[in-house]
Design a binder for this molecule. Structure first.
Ligand code: BTN
Length: 325
């Protein structure tokens, strides 16, 4: 990708209200008019729409709703997240690709994002429905100095960053279902799968894959998901700017991750508990072949779920919880 195109999109975004003529646009980037004109053509090919006014001012009318680097980078406030970026139209799984890149030495913050996944991975060996253009299917490579147990905090941070982004951008309330599902109005909109390469004492790298359902309508989900899955657009009752949401999410996630590297997960737990939909309720927790029935009484400072079973308290570090109706 030509970095000039990113600068051009940023320029149009910052000035697009008034509009500038071609010579002034070219001058403000210090390039020739013909180079700027060619850039506009290249951006048109990518799906950007421009309007030329009678006085010669050019304005950006609309940007493509596509996971491409000009769109992700322009207006992105992160320092490291997504500064190395791999965008795909279609891929098996962004987590699988990010693992390959991590093995080959890709730096922390490298992101893989795809319009569509054909083998999207979910937690506990399940799949993840990743239809083309409807969601944000992305994975980030992290290289924290953590033990294997501490690494579970990464998924929790991603879920919190999702919740804050939704609350801030869309004004909707997000509930978190332990360990890290993001629900709006009881429907699952967000899932995270963090896969690590580690020794017990030390993580070599983690790939944190996040799936955010953005533009789906109910009929876009397969019938088996229609009663449990939702999207940001369904929750809002109208369209959601997928790229703007993704940039916000990346920025919030990076900010949280920096805090986590300095101070661990405990400072984030109050925010998590506030949004937890399980606390105080009757739950069934599945851990492999084991099933635990009880009252969810706490998510402790390490992120583990504490369930009261009669007079016993059982601490669960990993599993799948559902509310007992
Ligand atoms: C879950 O089961 O809740 C976790 C779903 C995680 C899905 C995301 S989509 C992007 C990334 N790539 C994958 O293959 N899975 C994760």
């Amino acid at each position: 990708m030509d970095p000039l195109l990113i600068d051009m999109v940023e320029l149009f975004r910052s000035k697009h209200r008034g509009g500038l003529t071609l010579p002034r646009l070219a001058d403000s980037l210090g390039i020739s008019r013909s180079r700027f004109g060619r850039g506009i053509e290249e951006l048109r090919q990518l799906g950007y729409v421009f309007r030329e006014m009678p006085q010669g001012e050019i304005t950006l009318v609309s940007s493509p709703d596509r996971m491409i680097d000009t769109e992700i980078w322009s207006g992105l406030k992160t320092k490291t997240f997504a500064r190395h970026l791999h965008c795909y139209r279609r891929i098996g799984s962004t987590n699988a690709r990010a693992q390959e890149l991590a093995e080959a030495g890709a730096p922390e913050g490298t992101v893989v994002v795809a319009e569509e996944q054909t083998k999207g991975r979910g937690r506990l060996g399940r799949g993840w429905h990743s239809a083309s253009g409807l969601g944000i299917w992305s994975s980030i490579i992290l290289r924290p100095m953590l033990s294997l147990r501490q690494a579970s905090g990464i998924s929790l941070l991603a879920a919190l960053a999702f919740a804050e982004s939704v609350e801030h951008e869309l004004g909707l309330v997000v509930g978190l279902k332990w360990p890290n599902d993001g629900l709006i109005g009881g429907m699952k909109v967000f899932g995270v799968l963090t896969e690590v390469s580690a020794e017990v004492d030390r993580v070599y790298y983690a790939v944190c894959g996040t799936g955010i359902n953005v533009a789906h309508r109910r009929g876009d989900f397969p019938p088996s998901l229609r009663d449990t899955a939702g999207s940001l657009a369904m929750a809002k009752g109208g369209p959601v700017d997928r790229l703007a949401f993704y940039r916000t999410f990346l920025h919030r996630f990076e900010t949280a991750y920096r805090g986590f590297r300095r101070n661990g997960i405990a400072p984030f737990m109050p925010g998590y508990r506030e949004r937890s939909i399980l606390l105080g309720r009757e739950v069934v927790v599945k851990q492999g072949d084991r099933t635990i029935n009880g009252i969810a009484s706490e998510v402790d400072d390490s992120g583990a779920l504490v369930v009261r079973v009669g007079r016993r308290r059982v601490t669960i570090h990993a599993g799948e919880a559902t509310l007992r109706m």
